[in-house]
Design a protein around this ligand. Structure first.
Ligand code: KG4
Ligand code: ZN
Length: 345
């Protein structure tokens, strides 16, 4: 079995198109990213401190044909001959943004007479962990951490899983973004907080470790963000004002330690309870160095592999949508071609 898939991603603020080659059966699929372009809209949304849905839509509409040209160049006909199907993100995400990708994909499917398959963005993140060499072993515990989700899954195979827990309020990436705003750092806040945290003392401030000791596998990050807000207020600083650099670095480091500490602890509590034979990590926050370090420390103790894609495939991209579409084929999963902002994994 081999499929060449053209994948399209427009769920949030990255416009992505990729061509991937997917091989082998559902138990041991392998993927090769043949061509890929991701156009980030970060600069457009930065002045607003977050993603503005209608601006995202406008930018996707502008960027899709440009990226398409970059991928296909002068070899459009020849490349289409090799492509077996088209995959596009149906959700979750911003519906105006999702529709741009769906409409673009539908036009291509019609023009080049190719089947079109919808994919779940979260499953794209999940399966992005297969974009590397290590073999998945089951049962596995998968942590998906992004700007919109914080989800822990127990996987029994590549195609079946159970949701163990998720965030009850803010996603962890969202918390990074909000705390960054409190510290007057630009959007997206995750990488900014991490950079600043390196200069700070992670033991300087005792922020809470939310839901660390709860018996379930849920998370909560809104209280942690509020703790940062009150800490600043108590020190006499308004949110978003200029804070002395050393204090800002200590806050960033201490906040990061708390947020990442809870993620790592709950992931491995689940791993031990269910006898996990591998740990999967995906989503934009998977790019966080401290999270990778903490998880690596724990897997080393247990001698199990950590499956995580190279950093460029942690944040939103189209290659991961291709992996999910290939797996949908085996799972016999078909999505109606309608944007669904709150699509669940
Ligand atoms: O997966 P993604 O690109 O988009 C969503 O599906 O949400 O994730 C974006 C999120 C943002 O909240 C961003 O701040 C966060 O991932 N992020 C990070 C890092 N890089 C990106 N958070 C913490 N540390 C990072 N290095
Ligand atoms: Zn995402």
């Amino acid at each position: 079995m081999k499929k060449i898939i053209l994948a399209i991603e427009t769920s949030c603020d990255e416009t992505g198109i990729a061509i991937i080659e997917a091989k082998n059966g559902p138990k041991k699929p392998t993927f090769r990213v043949k061509k890929e372009v991701v156009a980030s809209q970060i600069k457009i949304h930065r002045p607003y401190g977050g993603v503005v849905p209608n601006l995202a839509k406008r930018e996707h509409i502008k960027n899709l044909p440009i990226i398409y040209k970059k991928i296909f160049g002068s070899k459009e006909k020849a490349l289409w001959k090799s492509i077996d199907e088209i995959a596009v993100t149906m959700g979750p995400g911003l519906e105006p943004a999702l529709w741009t990708g769906i409409n673009f994909a539908e036009e291509l499917a019609k023009k080049w007479k190719k089947p079109l398959r919808g994919a779940n963005h979260m499953e794209g993140h999940l399966y992005s962990a297969l974009l590397q060499e290590k073999e998945p072993k089951f049962p596995a515990i998968a942590l998906i951490v992004s700007g919109g989700h914080t989800t822990l899954l127990k996987m029994d195979s590549l195609a079946s899983w159970k949701k163990l827990g998720e965030t009850r309020d803010d996603a962890v990436g969202e918390a990074f973004d909000k705390v960054a705003r409190l510290l007057n750092l630009p959007y997206p806040g995750g990488p900014e907080i991490s950079r600043l945290a390196k200069k700070g003392d992670a033991a300087a401030i005792d922020f809470p470790l939310p839901m660390l000791n709860s018996k379930d596998y849920d998370f909560s990050f809104s209280g942690l963000k509020t703790a940062v807000l009150y800490f600043l207020k108590n020190k006499g600083y308004a949110p978003g004002s200029n804070i002395p650099p050393k204090l800002a670095a200590d806050i960033a480091a201490s906040f990061e330690r708390s947020a990442i500490g809870v993620l790592a602890a709950k992931t491995f509590r689940a791993a031990d309870k269910f006898g996990a034979k591998s740990i999967w990590l995906s989503g934009g926050v998977a790019a966080n160095e401290l999270l990778r370090k903490e998880l690596k420390k724990e897997i080393a103790k247990r001698a199990i592999p950590l499956l995580v894609a190279p950093r460029k495939w942690n944040t939103d991209n189209a290659a991961m949508i291709g992996t999910a579409a290939y797996m949908n084929f085996f799972r016999k999963k078909k999505f109606p071609l309608v944007a669904k902002g709150d699509l669940e994994i």
